[in-house]
Design a protein around this ligand. Structure first.
Ligand code: ZN
Ligand code: ZN
Length: 277
């Protein structure tokens, strides 16, 4: 059996619904042999996932998904194969998380202005980690309060630019995030590039800056990508000399477009991010 990679998913240590151990068990049951746990701005779930992976006889790659601001857009950079105890990375992640808490207050204020009160406390009821609050937790609150049918549809009506509950926020700088990942011995992967509404020339600038700052790979296979996105980002990876990665971005039952290990094979002609593992 060839190895099956899933290098992007979330647990209760950020905004996923399953514990790190439950994510590993589910991934193993679905045929994943190499799994990266990549919680948002957080590495606290890695130890539990590693222990579970030992039991499940699969390989666990320590990871995190870092929140970055680039030219006014929010961009995510996945770090793979990081040392979770690296001081530079820990400090960087702590700074991003502190910013998240401030943003959560502003999201709650913006929702209150739109007539939806109690959102800060409400979102915290859905947060599974004391250390981290995300828009997904606000989305779960909005669903529970009857403002949307499910978490996926919340983001059509709330919490995004131009809609109630949007709060602009400045995350880490791209070069800093890549630097922390590299300090921690990891590879930096530009996550789900098809989601960034930056246009063709913007994408080429982003990829050039990403590569020049030490970025390693592009997530070619992501559930947010159409087949033509997959072909396009495979071409971009080749053109910019970047490796290709694969990730389901799984958040939990009922809240994800794709289950763990559900991704197809990478298109031919792009070297995978794991080529030297
Ligand atoms: Zn992301
Ligand atoms: Zn993610």
């Amino acid at each position: 059996m060839p190895p099956r990679y899933d290098l992007h998913c979330h647990s209760t240590h950020s905004d996923g619904l399953l514990s790190p151990a439950a994510v590993v068990v589910r991934a193993a049951a679905r045929g994943v042999t190499v799994l990266a746990l990549t919680d948002h701005d957080e590495v606290s779930g890695v130890d539990e996932a590693r222990a579970a992976a030992l039991d499940a006889r699969i390989t666990l790659v320590a990871g995190a998904e870092l929140s970055v601001s680039w030219e006014g857009h929010t961009v995510h950079v996945v770090g793979l194969g990081i040392d979770p105890s690296c001081p530079a990375l820990s400090a960087g992640l702590a700074a991003i998380r502190a910013g998240r808490t401030l943003r959560a207050r502003r999201i709650a204020d913006a929702l209150a202005e739109a007539g939806i009160g109690g959102a800060y406390e409400g979102a915290h009821r859905f947060a599974t980690s004391e250390r981290l609050i995300s828009r997904t937790h606000f989305a779960r609150f909005l669903v529970a309060a009857g403002h949307a049918g499910d978490v996926k549809s919340v983001f059509n009506r709330f919490l995004v630019r131009g809609k109630p509950g949007y709060a602009a926020h400045v995350w880490a700088a791209l070069g800093d995030a890549i630097g922390w990942i590299r300090d921690a011995g990891g590879q930096a992967v530009l996550a789900h590039p098809g989601r960034y509404k930056v246009g063709g020339s913007g994408m080429r600038r982003l990829l050039a800056e990403f590569r020049d700052a030490g970025g390693d790979a592009v997530e070619v296979l992501s559930p947010s990508h159409t087949p033509s996105d997959v072909a396009e980002f495979a071409r971009y990876a080749r053109a910019f000399g970047l490796l290709a990665s694969v990730g389901s971005d799984y958040h939990g039952p009922g809240e994800s477009w794709m289950d763990l290990g559900g991704m197809p094979e990478l298109p031919p002609g792009v070297p995978p991010v794991w080529q030297h593992w």
